[in-house]
Design a protein. Structure first.
Length: 433
């Protein structure tokens, strides 16, 4: 079975049309047998009676000329029947059985019909000029008289009717599947965290109701997303002002250097938590997609990591293409994965990028304890962390959730794979198209 609803609906409608047409043709063929057999029998018996009457009415001298005229104008021949004639009977079919019954009823029990006599094909009918005569003759008609076939015009009409029915079936199937495709595209847009265009509220009553409900849902989701962003932005602004004052107060009032460093670290952690909340709330950041040199973007990330004291091994394939994406969002996703690798992985961290078929893989590999396979999907959800040595660092549990949202925003995905050398490979998969 095809996968799309359009193809499945059209296939079922086409099968229904073809089955009904085949049933109609079978019924017509069954009903058409008897009148055609009766028509062929009438033609043959009429020819026999005409020849009888003509031969009886004509003088003996003119009979050969009369038979020659029958043969030339009507395709009818008259031959004497012999005892040693090699006779091939008509095929055993309903049509020929009815033809034989009709001829016997019209010409008598002694009537014989054959498809071939002495190797010569035709429609052969035996008769006697007079029932009391022993001499028997063969009337040879064109074989088409005893055959049954559909007229060409009927076949043309059947082809035309089936073609028109299939075209209408395609139009019906497309009208059913078109709004569903629009729903699927809009739902996919919502799943990526974007606001879809309102669906047209037209068509059948059920489709209009579904479009109206979907538009309402999308509008409510957009409003809730905006409200959440505004609330988080307000919280961020309101918290950062007193945090700045606290930092200044610590530097001026606390004379114990250890206490001062500890309190400053706490404030930095609070600011980092606020920043992660803001990143999660504003994954898209209102950024429009643009053609981006991915090699340059990743090289800049590597240079920045080395500048802040994180020695990063960068391996970029030479054939990396320019992609249409949101560069700030991709930069945020890669940096989040690198931060996770430095915090939780330990050891050397590497950044690799290469093409794989129709996708682009950006791999961040570390040599830490890794993540169990059963926990990989769960850790992509917000505020989720492992109770293991890998998460023995303070954090919000939003890092992977932010990367997952950015990946879905670009029709990609985040994969967490075991590193063959030990540790974890966080792979950001982006489509090339």
């Amino acid at each position: 079975m095809p996968r799309s609803l359009l193809a499945r609906t059209f296939l079922l409608l086409a099968l229904l049309i073809l089955a009904s047409t085949a049933g109609w043709l079978a019924l017509f063929s069954h009903i058409d047998v008897e009148p055609r057999a009766r028509e062929a029998a009438t033609t043959a018996s009429s020819a026999v009676n005409l020849i009888r009457a003509s031969l009886f009415a004509a003088s003996p001298k003119k009979r050969p000329q009369l038979l020659a005229e029958f043969s030339s104008t009507e395709g009818i021949r008259l031959l004497p029947a012999e005892e040693n004639d090699d006779i091939q009977p008509m095929p055993e079919s309903r049509f020929h059985s009815l033809l034989r019954e009709n001829l016997v009823a019209r010409l008598g029990e002694a009537t014989r019909i054959a498809a071939e006599v002495n190797g010569e094909p035709g429609f052969w009918v035996s008769f006697r000029l007079n029932p009391r005569d022993e001499d028997e003759y063969w009337l040879v008609l064109p074989r088409e008289k005893a055959s049954r076939s559909f007229a060409a015009r009927w076949l043309s009409w059947v082809i035309l009717a089936v073609s028109l029915a299939l075209i209408v079936a395609w139009l019906i199937a497309s009208r059913i599947s078109r709004p569903l495709k629009a729903f699927a595209r809009s739902a996919h847009t919502v799943g990526r965290g974007q606001i879809p265009q309102p669906l047209p509220e037209e068509g059948a009553e059920e489709i209009r109701a579904l479009a109206r409900a979907f538009n309402t849902m999308a509008h409510d989701l957009a409003r809730h997303e905006q409200d959440r962003s505004e609330v988080l932005a307000g919280i961020s602004h309101d918290l950062r002002t007193p945090l700045t004052r606290l930092r200044l107060e610590i530097e001026m009032s606390v004379h114990d250097e250890n206490a001062q460093n500890g309190m400053s670290a706490d404030i930095e952690q609070m600011e980092a938590v606020i920043s992660q909340f803001m990143d999660y709330a504003r994954t898209e950041s209102g950024e429009s997609p643009a053609s981006t040199d991915l090699s340059a973007l990743l090289e800049n990330i590597g240079e920045h990591q080395n500048a802040i004291g994180h020695p990063l091994a960068v391996e970029l394939a030479a054939d990396l293409p320019a992609l249409t994406l949101r560069p700030k969002a991709i930069n945020r996703a890669v940096v989040n994965l690198l931060d996770n690798a430095w915090k939780y992985g330990g050891g050397a961290v590497s950044l690799r990028a290469a093409r794989q078929g129709k996708t682009l893989h950006i791999d961040i590999a570390d040599h830490g304890p890794g993540i169990p396979t059963a926990e990989q999907e769960r850790l992509k959800r917000p505020f989720t962390r492992l109770n293991s040595a890998r998460t023995d660092v303070t954090g919000t549990g939003l890092g992977l959730a932010i990367v997952e949202r950015i990946a879905r925003l670009h029709d990609g995905r985040l994969e967490l794979l075991p590193n063959p050398g030990g540790g974890l490979i966080a792979r950001l998969v982006l489509p090339l198209q």
